[in-house]
Ligand binder design. Sequence first.
Ligand SMILES: NC(=O)C1=CN([C@@H]2O[C@H](COP(=O)(O)OP(=O)(O)OC[C@H]3O[C@@H](n4cnc5c(N)ncnc54)[C@H](O)[C@@H]3O)[C@@H](O)[C@H]2O)C=CC1
Ligand SMILES: O=C(O)[C@@H](O)C(=O)[C@H](O)[C@@H](O)CO
Length: 315
Amino acid sequence: MSLSSIHTIANLGAGTMGHATALQFALHGYPVYLLDTDSTALQRGMAAIQHDLTTFQETDLLTEDPAVILARIQPTTDNATALTSADFVIESVVEDLTVKQQVWQTVEQFVGPEVLCATNTSGLSPTAIQETLTHPERFVVAHFWNPAQLMPLVEVVPGEHTSKATVDTTVALMNHIGKHAVPLQKESLGFVGNRIQLAVLREALHIIDDGIATPEAVDDIIKYSLGRRWSLVGPVASADLGGLDIFKNISAYLYADLANDTGTDPALTKKVAANQLGLKTGQGFYNWTGDAGKQVVAQRDRDLLNLLKTDQEHH
Ligand SMILES: NC(=O)C1=CN([C@@H]2O[C@H](COP(=O)(O)OP(=O)(O)OC[C@H]3O[C@@H](n4cnc5c(N)ncnc54)[C@H](O)[C@@H]3O)[C@@H](O)[C@H]2O)C=CC1
Ligand SMILES: O=C(O)[C@@H](O)C(=O)[C@H](O)[C@@H](O)CO
């Protein structure tokens, strides 16, 4: 399946990620069937799509009437309606391997062998899903970042049975819908982004747990140093610019002192046991009661939208 042969999208899951990936395809002209098993989730997803469209409109990022874009998205709870005419299927259902295996086995009952199939898993093995498929060669990971309509990156990750053509066409399609697609050479749990995100988080939580710095100080330090620099020059190039001999010398004494827990993170375990899940329960490492969460997310999204505008001006 080539990029020019892809005309219709089936988008499984209308939640946090699925609503946003459906919008991303519709923003770039594709008719999208938005499939969810839960009709309430479907309604919530459509409302979120309309909200996100408004924020794009407010920042002059839309090139079409929002009503035209919205009309491209057809919500449905019916597999046949969503899948029968799809040329590309993107899935954002619950992060559970067994559920994903079942979902993809169902998809294969409705789509031909040439239809490309992509999961937006955060880090599960694509090979583990491919083991249950009739046509594993057309299956791949397309890992978006939250919020998917505002974050450029999509990691395209092959499983052991994924064809090169599947990777190449998926990269081309992601770039065609305005994302920044990066193919991996082979799969790894957590791919690249989440391996680095979780390694940094493990160390950050160790620093907090050890009484070295507060959550606010850790976040400030990253925002005004590595976060600023890495958004311009990545960590590997930064090491080159700083001098690999210096980084080697630092590694000699620091690596042994870094957090190296191998089980579930102890700080996260404590928070989850206390039902302090972050924004969703009003308390995590920060207090999110009242409008705190809405204000932070709204400001983040405004800043991300302005960065998207800058990206567009530079392309
Ligand atoms: N939340 C995040 O920050 C990110 C999540 N992801 C991944 O995206 C996937 C979805 O995550 P979220 O959107 O956060 O989950 P979510 O819980 O917000 O949405 C999942 C949706 O899938 C629907 N669903 C469940 N089974 C289904 C089925 N058989 N067919 C169709 N729809 C079904 C649910 O009704 C729900 O609306 C997961 O694999 C997750 O790891 C990837 C990047 C970031
Ligand atoms: O952080 C993100 O947006 C994504 O890379 C993820 O997959 C996260 O791990 C997400 O699943 C948890 O917030």
